[in-house]
Design a protein around this ligand. Structure first.
Ligand SMILES: [Zn+2]
Length: 349
């Protein structure tokens, strides 16, 4: 599909980045087919690269990007990573699924077309039953469940995002609570690695444990497919081709090591700084058009607030900080009525 916006800035964008952003896997299919892998495309923007001969112990890894169409840094990073791997395909040591979440929104450089895709990974969709993104969420959920059902080996899902606003921790992960135990599973017979250690290798500075009820993609995979899952926020939004690759070098290296099951790089005993741990204290839900929030566009993620401070008001009701200190993430008063307008966290360690 031709896209005028991407074509206009094409000089700054490598072919592999442009192809992945357009959900075009033809180069990867060619390279990995020749190397003897089984390739499957269960829908637009979805590619599975599975070993034809490896034993059942081979780990399954799902990497998703572009669930929000304007979050282009992870698309660039993954394109470079897959490019490198396609040059030495035998190094791929896991069964891999790639999902480019919302190609239509990526093409328009928008977060979404009609509704936030990352609130639709559930059958509880309220008023959002008939938006364009529900069809996409259904297709992704179906292919994801089928991919993870193939094997009983360890399963990981890393959903790669960038945040809208600046953050006290530039990189952080939202981890569904069920992953805490599942994350202790051995990575393979020769390598034991927890999600927390992988996040540390990726330079992720904070880990937020979130309840199962969320309708995000990583919550879906953790809940329905028993995967070790995380939504990983890798810095801030930028235009395709204009992201600073050096900021993504560390997560890219950690992903490369994961896909190669490289024990030297991923050793749990390596000297890395473990992320700070937070858990969700309260969810701020926008209940009406009267919803007002104290934060503006410049409020950093993880800004601390003190007990009693007003977080938001919604007609008669007022959200206040309940614990001695809570930290706000994802404050966004512009979401639709009925959706989450922010999360309040407390430190866990
Ligand atoms: Zn996002």
């Amino acid at each position: 599909m031709k896209n005028t916006v991407l074509t206009a800035t094409a000089t700054a964008i490598s072919d592999s980045v442009r192809a992945l952003a357009a959900a075009d896997f033809s180069g990867l299919v060619q390279a990995f087919s020749v190397a003897g892998f089984t390739l499957n495309q269960p829908g637009q923007g979805m590619l599975q690269i599975v070993s034809s001969s490896a034993p059942a112990a081979r780990m399954s890894v799902l990497l998703s990007v572009g669930i929000h169409g304007d979050e282009t840094g992870p698309i660039e990073m993954l394109a470079h990573l897959l490019d490198e791997l396609a040059a030495a395909p035998q190094q791929l040591a896991v069964d891999l699924m790639i999902v480019v979440g919302n190609p239509a929104a990526i093409a328009q450089q928008r977060r979404f077309i009609e509704a936030d895709l990352n609130r639709l990974f559930s059958d509880k969709r309220g008023a959002l039953q008939s938006v364009a993104e529900t069809v996409r969420a259904d297709a992704i959920m179906h292919a994801t469940a089928a991919f993870f059902a193939r094997s009983a080996a360890p399963k990981w899902h890393l959903d790669l995002h960038t945040a809208i606003r600046p953050s006290h921790y530039p990189t952080f992960a939202i981890v569904p609570e069920s992953t805490i135990e599942a994350g202790k599973q051995a990575l393979s017979l020769t390598l034991s690695l927890s999600l927390t250690h992988w996040l540390a290798h990726a330079g992720v500075e904070a880990e937020v444990f979130s309840p199962q009820s969320a309708n995000t993609y990583s919550s879906f995979s953790a809940r329905e497919c028993a995967t070790v899952s995380a939504t990983v926020e890798l810095g801030q939004i930028g235009a395709l081709g204009q992201n600073d690759a050096s900021l993504l070098a560390q997560p890219q290296a950690a992903l490369a090591a994961l896909l190669r099951a490289d024990p030297l790089v991923l050793s749990a005993s390596a000297a890395v700084r473990l992320p700070c741990r937070f858990k969700v204290a309260q969810e701020i839900i926008k209940r009406s058009a009267d919803f007002r929030m104290g934060c503006d566009r410049n409020t950093h993620n993880f800004t601390p607030m003190q007990q009693g401070e007003i977080i938001a008001s919604d007609g008669e009701s007022v959200y206040r900080v309940q614990q001695a200190q809570e930290y706000i993430i994802f404050p966004n008063p512009d979401v639709r009525v009925g959706l989450r307008a922010g999360l309040m966290l407390v430190r866990q360690d």
